[in-house]
Design a protein around this ligand. Structure first.
Ligand code: ATP
Ligand code: MG
Length: 446
């Protein structure tokens, strides 16, 4: 027998049973971002490899070890490992920096990184991200952090800590790199191979190394906050003032340098200790040099990425609420050809005004159809057989109480069903129907 094909390691199937959890996060994320004035952008799944080399940076884990790259002809393409680079590329290519600034964008997308799969660490994962371009002010940093915090709050996530740091600008970083190099020089040979290289190209990256030996060596390394220039230092102080003003709790953690090369000044992470080692749910920061570095006009910008799988793990652990999957409003139990044809017609009338309607499609007997309707939790059942077709009348059974109401199977059917539904289940009336009820009421008022 042929071997069954399995999904690739580090990927996940989201089944109908749990998809409403994803929909909950996506819906609240969209709403929250829009309330902050961010607009959605959708970008390609893959980009030219050079884009990530030039933005994410050649000394990062992502570029050095984690990219899924394919060559096609003379070109090299990479599946996006994050959303910022592609978003900024799209912003520049579509001339969006000519619009009124700041430009505020958000996205929900899949990312691809060739990592060792573990809980909360996948090869295909998903991010909600936001980017703001055009403001150098620390008020913008506070606004972006506040968007992330607001989303976490609205999802019901608790006990999550915000860590902030400033990794300065190229001016203060030059001085800092010198003293880092001096610090690591003595134990150079004990660092991992990657960090030995980092020592030359970007010594700050060593602080972000996941190897225990490197972490141990880095324990007493000088901290960036002691090397900030006046401007970066003032920016960082002002940001903290704004966070306090908004009542957002934070701790300064000079160890946070972030995994991507393009950051300047503010960097931040939201971390929980409740889900094991992969507790960083959100990471972000300012990247004032990136747009220029990619050939655009000098434009300050900042943003963050939030891992949706990690959000889900925390939410499940903390027992946060999710939207209920949509329930079947009405099931037509139908016996015989004529009854099925009627069911098809009535169901389509109801679907047109926003109801979730189903009927038997596999030719089951009466009892199994009733059982099926029960299993899917149908709110109402309408039985259609020869008698009903002949008399043009049927009974609507309200499953919650077992109560039965009369309905005629003519042109008034949908209106009558709407009436019954409205009477029994006012709270869960579908939107289109609720709107009709409202406009109807408004017209009566006239
Ligand atoms: P980590 O240190 O955990 O590897 P990172 O610094 O590589 O994270 P970022 O590039 O900042 O992560 O990505 C932003 C967010 O995306 C992370 O905070 C995390 O929630 C999520 N994320 C990153 N890599 C993965 C992955 N392989 N699987 C699932 N989520 C991920
Ligand atoms: Mg990583």
């Amino acid at each position: 027998m042929a071997k069954n094909i399995k999904r690739p390691k580090g990927t996940e199937d989201v089944l109908p049973k749990t998809v409403s959890r994803w929909q909950t996060i996506e819906k609240i994320a969209r709403e929250t971002a829009e309330n902050f004035g961010f607009k959605e952008i959708r970008i390609p799944t893959f980009e030219e490899t050079d884009l990530f080399m030039r933005s994410v940076g050649e000394t990062t884990d992502v570029v050095q070890k984690e990219m899924f790259t394919v060559t096609a002809g003379d070109s090299s393409f990479t599946l996006r490992p994050e959303g910022t680079a592609g978003t900024i590329r799209a912003v520049m290519q579509n001339g969006m920096l000519n619009d009124a600034l700041p430009l505020k964008l958000f996205y929900i997308l899949s990312c691809f990184r060739h990592e060792r799969p573990q809980a909360g660490r996948l090869r295909e994962f998903h991010q909600f991200g936001a980017e703001m371009a055009g403001s150098p002010l620390p008020a913008a940093d506070a606004e972006v952090i506040s968007l992330a915090k607001s989303l976490l709050d609205r999802l019901g996530i608790r006990n999550i800590k915000l860590y902030i740091n400033s990794i300065g600008c190229p001016v203060c970083r030059a001085r800092y790199y010198d003293s880092l190099r001096e610090y690591f020089e003595g134990s150079k040979d004990k660092l991992c191979m990657t960090c030995q290289e980092r020592l030359v190209k970007n010594p700050m990256r060593i602080l972000d190394c996941k190897s225990e030996i490197c972490q141990e060596i880095a324990k007493d390394a000088p901290v960036i906050t002691d090397y900030l220039c006046e401007e970066c230092s003032a920016h960082f102080a002002k940001l903290q003032e704004y966070l306090q003003l908004r009542g957002i709790e934070y701790s300064v953690n000079p160890r946070i340098v972030r995994g991507l090369d393009y950051y300047t000044k503010t960097v931040f992470e939201f971390v929980t200790t409740e889900i094991g080692a992969q507790g960083t749910v959100c990471g972000g920061g300012r990247y004032d040099g990136l747009i220029e570095q990619l050939g655009g006009p000098k434009t300050p910008a900042l943003g963050f990425g939030m891992g949706i799988e990690r959000l889900l793990i925390v939410m499940e652990k903390q027992g946060c609420g999710f939207m209920e999957p949509k329930k079947c409003d009405v099931y037509f139990v139908n016996m015989g050809e004529a009854a099925r044809n009627k069911a098809i017609q009535l169901a389509s009338d109801l679907r047109e005004i926003g109801y979730f309607a189903e009927f038997d499609l596999v030719g089951r007997e009466f009892k199994p159809q009733m059982k099926y309707a029960n299993n899917i939790g149908a709110r109402f059942i309408i039985v259609l057989g020869d008698n009903e077709i002949e008399s043009g009348k049927a009974r609507v059974k309200f499953m919650e109480t077992g109560e039965q109401l009369d309905i005629t199977l003519d042109g008034s059917f949908a209106d009558r069903f709407d009436e019954i539904y409205y009477e029994k289940l006012l709270d869960s009336i579908p939107e289109t129907s609720a709107m009709k009820a409202l406009t109807g009421a408004a017209e009566e008022d006239k």
